[in-house]
Ligand binder design. Structure first.
Ligand SMILES: *Cc1c(COP(=O)(O)O)cnc(C)c1O
Length: 426
């Protein structure tokens, strides 16, 4: 089922009008057993899993085994005996299952930024007679910066068209000069969800390709990579997939492009025969051509631990609970603080799994909430962001978080200088 076909009726928070009702709802939550698979510190309501997911409980022992046994004892033999060498493709297929991509089209490797560079460069190369890249004004900055870099190294002059400043919508910017559009499935600030099916089709109708950035949708929104014939996708594993700080990202490339798509980081892991040690680069015929070099195996194991923690959970179930959590939060916040500016769409087909609230004293409010155990984050100039990860966030947490937010605003916490101190990472 696509997100667009989901109705809001079955998951309104209408019945959750008290804390007790939320607790009761948690008791019948089909996903409630997953919470125990993660370390959630005592007294913490964690609403920042859209930025860094919590640690899977099994991660420490799995990583310890990798370090002590595979690295410590088995040494270089582990490339074969522990399956280290195959991890990008093996884990890639598991991430592929979460985004509707059949096996053989996804790799876990490198970072989102690097994978964006590979995908954009490859897409530009597949459309040699076109010179336009569409991007979003409101894109996460690395996507914009990487687009600039990929355009400069394209080998021919390229132009950028920005949704927002160059035209009101993607519709207004599509023509037969467009090589590729690079789009965030869920906007990292507003939480707005784009219609992947319709936009991908529109681009294809104009002969253009698409790179979808799934950083804020993988693991919480249903995605149909194959059904919508998506060309390229990239995304993080450290957000809703909980693989840990700096964990390798993923890249998906449609089968149809794998024989012809070329990326510029032609390292030995992307060679058709890495251990032939040939002098000339000859790309692998399949998805592995999108590898570059040796991968961080210890971090790869954390991705594996995180995917194990998710087990066989259905993305549909994650999506349903996610929508119910965000709906509850928005309706509680609106009830407690009627004037507050919630920038996230109320319409279920238009939002991902986070809620953004614009408030000029938002920085101090988020700091005060953190002191009271509710961890969200702040994005300059004035956005408070709260992510609702259905694997471990409970309805009772949502109830409490809304109360604490309202308390902090009513108490005007920004008058206290200790909530205004800025650290390097917000
Ligand atoms: C989190 C995020 C990234 C992060 O990229 P890194 O290479 O991991 O630093 C990129 N794009 C979007 C849209 C993100 O939300």
């Amino acid at each position: 089922m696509s997100s667009a076909s989901m109705t809001s009726g079955e998951m309104t928070s209408g019945e959750m009008t008290s804390r007790e009702a939320c607790v009761a709802r948690d008791l019948v939550d089909p996903l409630r057993a997953f919470r125990d698979r993660f370390v959630i510190p005592e007294g913490v309501i964690y609403l920042d899993g859209n930025s860094l997911g919590p640690m899977p409980r099994a991660a420490a022992s799995i990583l310890n085994h990798t370090i002590e046994k595979e690295w410590g004892q088995d040494l270089i033999r582990s490339w074969n005996s522990a399956g280290w060498f195959d991890m990008p493709a093996r884990l890639g297929d598991r991430v592929g299952a979460l985004i509707g991509a059949a096996p053989g089209q996804t790799l876990v490797c490198d970072t989102t930024s690097i994978n964006l560079y590979k995908a954009i460069h490859a897409a530009i190369g597949l459309r040699p007679d076109r010179d336009v890249v569409i991007a979003e004004d409101e894109s996460f900055p690395t996507d914009l910066y990487i687009i600039e870099g990929a355009m400069k190294s394209a080998g021919r002059p390229m132009q950028r068209r920005l949704i927002g400043s160059d035209g009101p919508s993607i519709e207004a910017l599509i023509d037969r000069n467009v090589a590729v559009a690079v789009l965030s499935h869920v906007n990292y600030r507003t939480g707005e969800l784009l219609d992947m099916a319709a936009i991908t089709k529109r681009l294809h109708d104009a002969g253009a390709l698409v790179v979808w950035d799934l950083c804020h949708s993988v693991g919480v929104v249903e995605i149909d990579f194959d059904r919508h014939a998506v060309d390229f996708a990239v995304g993080c594993t450290y957000k809703y997939l909980n693989s840990g700080p700096g964990a390798p990202a993923f890249i998906s490339v449609a089968k149809a492009h794998q024989g012809t798509a070329q990326h510029p980081l032609s390292g030995w892991w992307g060679h058709a025969a890495p251990f032939a040690f040939d002098r000339d680069f000859r790309p692998d015929s399949g998805i592995k051509r999108f590898l570059c070099g040796t991968q961080p195996i210890i971090s790869m194991r954390a991705v594996e631990a995180a995917l194990d923690a998710m087990g066989r959970v259905e993305v549909t179930a994650l999506r349903q609970k996610s929508l119910a959590l965000t709906e509850l939060f928005m309706s509680r916040v609106s009830a407690l603080l009627p004037g507050l500016d919630i920038v996230t769409p109320r319409e279920t087909s238009l939002r991902g799994s986070q809620v953004g609230i614009e408030f000029d004293k938002g920085f101090a409010v988020v700091q005060a909430m953190i002191e009271r155990g509710v961890i969200g984050d702040f994005r300059a100039p004035d956005l408070m962001r709260f992510g609702f990860a259905p694997l471990y966030v409970r309805f009772e947490d949502v109830w409490d978080a809304a109360e604490i937010l309202a308390d902090c605003i009513k108490a005007e916490v920004w008058r206290d200088p200790r909530y205004n101190r800025k650290l390097e990472v917000t």
